[in-house]
Design a protein around this ligand. Structure first.
Ligand SMILES: Cc1cc2nc3c(=O)[nH]c(=O)nc-3n(C[C@H](O)[C@H](O)[C@H](O)COP(=O)(O)O)c2cc1C
Length: 263
């Protein structure tokens, strides 16, 4: 199968899934790459059709061992037509559990065929200087592996008319999502300049900036995009549950995990 166009489809609040995906695209060695960024809220009101002669490369982060609910919702607006798909789950060095199998189920229902999949590691959304969890990942080594994975996908497609579908690890029923009450980052008034960077990156538009910063707690997904985007470090997690989780993840999940390919 000759790869015509490649569609990079992703939900990536803190950018690690997107960066990984771009590495894979480089390995595919195709010029015509089109981005379908499902991260901004505006993407939720659009529909997308990916033709049969394209290759879809789809990446999402792992939340509670699953596909983030917002990503699942937005992926249901993307239709394939028997379109071959490469699925990528990016996780924060703990575990990806049922995320790939759930991503496979969602995209199969949407008309895609899984011809390859991979799990990569990204800096954990809750990583801080005091409690680093996979800081700086994907790093150079990860991105080299992403390129290699892309090359392997290309080699699999070369010379076959109908690439074999693959299965991925994971369980059904999927893992229960971690129960949590409302949790959202806080803004340190003293260092906040009201620049609006936090509001600009929020994938659910849960932040408004006037003479102060306010967050709609019901729609905040805890993705931490605002924390990572704040230029003065004013946006922080003070939430007890998140701080405890970060300390636990730092203590128990600091040992480097490596990407896994399913081809
Ligand atoms: C609410 C939430 C739940 C998460 N759950 C997991 C998890 O179960 N396992 C894991 O290893 N990382 C988990 N992470 C970390 C993300 O998967 C990781 O940081 C990923 O690289 C973020 O992708 P992005 O940069 O594309 O947003 C979680 C992050 C958030 C915000």
């Amino acid at each position: 199968m000759k790869i015509g166009k490649v569609n990079l489809i992703y939900y990536s609040p803190t950018g690690t899934s997107k960066r990984t995906l771009e590495g894979v695209a480089k390995g595919l060695g195709v010029k015509g790459v089109e981005h379908v960024d499902l991260t901004p809220l505006e993407a939720a009101s659009k529909s997308y059709a990916i033709p049969a002669d394209s290759l879809a490369v789809i990446a999402v982060p792992v939340y509670s061992g699953r596909v983030p609910p917002v990503a699942a919702q937005r992926l249901r607006k993307v239709k394939g037509n028997g379109t071959p798909a490469v699925l990528i789950a990016v996780y924060g060095n703990r575990a990806f559990e049922d995320a790939l199998v759930e991503l496979r189920d969602i995209t199969t229902e949407q008309g895609f065929k899984t011809i390859a999949a991979a799990a990569f590691i990204g800096e954990h959304s809750f990583s801080t200087e005091a409690t680093p969890i996979a800081p700086g990942r994907p790093d150079e080594e990860d991105l080299e592996k992403a390129v290699k994975f892309g090359e392997q996908v290309k080699a699999k497609l070369d010379g076959v008319t109908k690439p074999v579908e693959v299965t991925v690890p994971g369980n059904r029923p999927y893992r229960e999502r971690n129960p949590s009450g409302p949790r959202f980052p806080d803004t340190t008034v003293e260092s906040c300049t009201l620049c609006g960077a936090c509001a600009g990156v929020c994938p659910t538009k849960s932040i408004t900036v006037s003479d102060k910063v306010e967050t709609v707690k019901e729609t905040c997904t805890a993705c931490s995009a605002c924390v990572k985007a704040c230029p003065t470090g004013a946006r922080v997690w003070t939430n007890e549950g998140i701080r405890k989780a970060a300390a636990w993840l730092h203590k128990d999940y600091s040992k480097r995990r490596e990407p896994e390919f399913f081809l």
